[in-house]
Design a protein around this ligand. Sequence first.
Ligand code: IPD
Ligand code: CA
Ligand code: CA
Length: 263
Amino acid sequence: MKLRELTDGVIAVAKEAGEFIRSQQQVVKSDDIEKKGEHDFVTYVDKNAEKMIVDGLSLLIPEAGFIAEEGTSDKRGEVYNWIVDPLDGTTNFINGISPFAVSIALQRSGKTILGVVYEISLDECFYAWEDGGAFMNGKTISTSLRDTFSRSLIATGFPYYDYSRTRDFLSTLEYFMRETSGVRRLGSAATDLVYVAAGRFDAFFEYSLKPWDVAAGAFIVEQAGGIVTDFRGEENYINGKEIIASNRPLFNVVFEVVKSRLA
Ligand code: IPD
Ligand code: CA
Ligand code: CA
C-alpha cells in the first residue's frame, strides 16, 4: 500500500477513536479515574480508545507490532511498529478542558515514516508521510518563518515526575518568559508539536516525555520544515525523553537556551 493511502486509513482510525473519546466527555465520572502513578491518570476512555486503534491499525498492516501507552498489545513487529497514544492530554480531558488528541506514528525498521495527530476538541487532524509534506484537514502546513526571538511564542510542558531538574527547568522558563513574547503550556505534547508544525508556536521543548507523546508530532514538524533534536542537538528525541522542536530561523537560539541550562 502507498504511504499516502495508508495515511488515509490511519486518519480514519484516529478519527473513529476521537469520536468515541468526544462522546464520553460528558459521561466519564470521577469514579472512572484510576491512578497509574503519582500524577498520572487513566480512565476506561483511554483504554477503550487504544483497543479501537490497535484493532483498526491491525487491519491496515497485519504483521506490524505496537508500542502503545496503555499496553493493549505487546506484539513487536520485525519491520513495522505503531507508536500509539490513544489520548494525549488525559488530565485536560478529565477536567473538561482542551486540547486532547489521538497520536499515531508508524516506524519502519526504527525510522518514522508516517504520523497522525487528531486534536479532538477542535476537530483538527494533522498528518504527514515520508517525503509527502505535512497537512491539517487537507491543507498544507509549514513551520513559521519568524526569525525575531523577542516576538516568538514558545510552548513547553511541566514534568509531573522527575523533579531533579526543576531548578534548571525554571531557569530556562524564566529566560523564555523574559526574552520572548510568551510561553504556553497546553497539556498535550502531541498538540504542542503539531502547533509548531502549523506555525502557531515557533518552538517547543519538554523533558520526561515518552515515545507515544512525541513520535507522530515530531515527524509532522520535520515534514513541515522544522528541526527536531534532543537537548544535545542529536536525534535521540523519541526514546531519550528530551525534545526541542523549532522552526528553522530560531532553532539555534532556542537550542542554546535549552542546552546551556538543561543538557
Ligand atoms: C501527557 C501530555 C502532557 C505532558 C505529559 C504527558 P498523557 O500525556 O502530553 O502535555 O506534559 O508529560 O504525559 O499522559 O495525557 O497521555
Ligand atoms: Ca501522552
Ligand atoms: Ca495518553
